[in-house]
Design a protein around this ligand. Sequence first.
Ligand SMILES: Nc1ncnc2c1ncn2[C@@H]1O[C@H](COP(=O)(O)OP(=O)(O)O)[C@@H](O)[C@H]1O
Ligand SMILES: [Mg+2]
Length: 275
Amino acid sequence: MQAQLSYERVRQGLEDLQMSTALEALDNTLEVVRVEELPPIELVDRLLDVELKARHDRRVSTNLKFAGLPYHQKLDDFDFDAQPSIDQNLIGRLATLRFLEDGTNVLLLGPPGVGKTALAIGLALKALEAGHRIYYIPCHDLVGRLRKAIKLDRRERLLSTMIRPKLLVLDEIGYTPLERPEANFLFEIVAKRYDLGKPIIITSNKSWGSWGDILPEQVMAAAILDRLLHRSVTINIQGESFRLRQHREAGINPMSLEKQKGGNDTRENVSNPNR
Ligand SMILES: Nc1ncnc2c1ncn2[C@@H]1O[C@H](COP(=O)(O)OP(=O)(O)O)[C@@H](O)[C@H]1O
Ligand SMILES: [Mg+2]
């Protein structure tokens, strides 16, 4: 009778505390502990474990939706052999997520197709799995969102969206030059996150030296770079586009296709004595 009362109270308690997974697992776990004659503490341990795991998983999937990643390629699926200019050990160290704690920015530079976004996403997924909030946005989307936000008087709200997550991924900076309001906004994001010790992963096809061309003023470029680079790792990726390489290895050479399309290459005609 007493046992039955306690049982009912435990069920009610778990429900009141919104521990629905532990509640679901209660009967089964009680049975396992009884049959296997496990010490009573084992019951509490197992119930807390399933509840905490379920909460973690729920948080990860909510954060994953919020993150706005364009695809979900994990670091494990990154082919390091295909891109030997990348220091795999360095990526391994970043994957431990120490950089999140010490606010180290990760700057991925290189030409198109070499895996900058893929690595940024791989690291972002690691952070998500560990339960962190992250936010991914390509630079041109940020510009669009900012213009809209200014019209609707929501600039501050957009700024806090960029500041709140533990990790921000700013993809593809440098393809389009920024106007002054956009550059100011970028400066605020970088400066605020720097003050809070919250890192940014940036990908760009531009070297640091050319940031003056992206931003309306050299001083502003210097002010942004100063904060970005203070605690940072720069990963310069050289080499061939991953997709072009796959085409080449499949026996398709996009360059030769281009040439064939061009047809009568006049230089060749001129230099060919047999014509
Ligand atoms: N080393 C790699 N291993 C596996 N997939 C890769 C690799 N490099 C690039 N990719 C894939 O090739 C495509 C282009 O890579 P991406 O990261 O978008 O290039 P970037 O951002 O440097 O322009 C993506 O689909 C990406 O997943
Ligand atoms: Mg990219």
